[in-house]
Ligand binder design. Structure first.
Ligand code: HEC
Length: 108
């Protein structure tokens, strides 16, 4: 490795760290209040940060959240009952996802 590429690699690592830190600061995680928030907090934060929900929310709709929650249960092994998962999907779809966003310039 040349000295230049070593420097470049160090710079890259530093920039990455800064980006991660900035992200952690910015979302000291206040999820929207609502039915299901407690279930989300208790069911979805045991393996990873609730940040995952915020990071994914721009691309999700109700069907997407359903898929995500099913994947967490079936693939990742999340111990969530069918009843709770319905509440969680409802909460996520209502608060985090394209279904919940006001349509841009829609004027409603
Ligand atoms: C049993 C552990 C576990 C639980 C509980 C869990 N997850 Fe995950 N989740 C994971 C793993 C592992 C990943 C993949 C991480 C990665 O790819 O870096 C993941 C990734 C995600 C992602 C990123 C997108 C994707 O599909 O990979 C989202 C969004 C997510 N989880 C949401 C949730 C929600 C919402 C809940 C609660 C219903 C939940 N998780 C509960 C383990 C879990």
């Amino acid at each position: 490795m040349s000295r230049d590429s070593e420097l470049a690699a160090m710079f890259f690592a530093g920039a990455l760290l800064a980006a991660v830190t900035a992200h952690a600061d910015e979302s000291s995680l206040v999820l929207a209040a609502g039915d299901g928030l407690n279930k989300v907090k208790s069911s979805c934060a045991m393996c990873h940060s609730l940040d995952y929900i915020l990071m994914n929310s721009p691309f999700q709709n109700r069907a997407g959240w359903e898929k995500t929650v099913t994947k967490m249960i079936k693939v990742m092994g999340a111990p969530i009952t069918a009843e709770d998962s319905a509440i969680i999907v409802g909460y996520l779809a209502d608060h985090y996802g394209e279904d919940s966003l006001p349509v841009e310039g829609g004027g409603s």
